[in-house]
Design a protein around this ligand. Structure first.
Ligand code: GNR
Ligand code: NI
Length: 167
C-alpha cells in the first residue's frame, strides 16, 4: 500500500487524456488499492488516476458518511444522463477552491470493477456529481473549466501567484 502524490493545478499533466485499461490485472488492482488509500488519507470522496499521474481510465469513490462504501470504476462510460443540478464542488488538485458547478442530476454508468466484471451504476445526488467530476479528470478536464471565464481567470491568477512564491 502507498499514499500517492496528487498533482496540483495548473500542472499540465492534469490535461492528459487517459487511455482505456486493456486488462484488469494485478498491476491495476495495486493501483486501485493505492488510490483508495490516497483518497481516504486526503481526505476526499473521489480520486481519478490522472490526479496521481497515471493516465489510465480508473477512478475510485466513496461518498458515504461512514467512509464504508468504496466504489471502483474502470473504463467508465456514461450511457444515460438526465436533469441538471448545481452543487458546490471542490477538488484535491485545486486546493481551497469551492464553486457551484452545473451537471446532470442522474447518470447511468457502465464500467468494470476491480475484478474485471462489467457493472452498471445508477447514481443521483453527490454520487452522480462525483462520478462526472472524476470522468472529467480522465478526459483532462477540471471543474474550474466549467466556471465562468472571470472566475477561472481569478483562480488561475491565485495559483500562479502561489507558484511564484514557492519558486
Ligand atoms: O473530495 C472531493 N469532494 C468533492 C466535492 C464536491 C464535488 C466533487 C468532489 S470530488 C473531490 C475529490 C477530487 O478532487 N476528486 O477528483
Ligand atoms: Ni477532482
Amino acid at each position: 500500500m502507498a499514499i500517492l502524490d496528487i498533482l496540483h493545478y495548473p500542472d499540465p499533466r492534469l490535461r492528459t487524456l487517459a487511455k482505456p485499461v486493456a486488462t484488469v490485472d494485478d498491476g491495476i488492482r495495486q493501483l486501485v488499492k493505492d488510490m483508495f488509500e490516497t483518497m481516504y488519507a486526503a481526505p476526499g470522496i473521489g480520486l481519478a488516476a490522472t490526479q496521481v499521474d497515471v493516465h489510465q481510465r480508473v477512478l475510485v469513490l466513496d461518498v458515504s458518511e461512514g467512509r464504508s462504501q468504496p466504489l471502483c470504476l474502470i473504463n467508465p462510460v456514461i450511457v444515460a444522463a438526465e436533469g441538471s443540478e448545481q452543487m458546490e464542488e471542490g477538488c484535491l488538485s485545486v486546493p481551497d477552491v469551492f464553486e457551484a458547478v452545473e451537471r446532470a442530476e442522474r447518470v447511468v454508468v457502465h464500467a468494470l470493477d476491480e475484478k474485471g466484471n462489467a457493472i452498471k451504476v445508477t447514481a443521483e445526488g453527490l454520487l452522480a456529481v462525483c462520478i462526472q467530476h472524476e470522468i472529467d479528470h480522465l478526459d483532462g478536464r477540471l471543474f474550474v473549466d466549467r466556471l465562468s471565464a472571470l472566475k477561472r481567470s481569478r483562480i488561475r491568477k491565485k495559483f500562479d501567484k502561489q507558484q511564484r512564491q514557492v519558486v
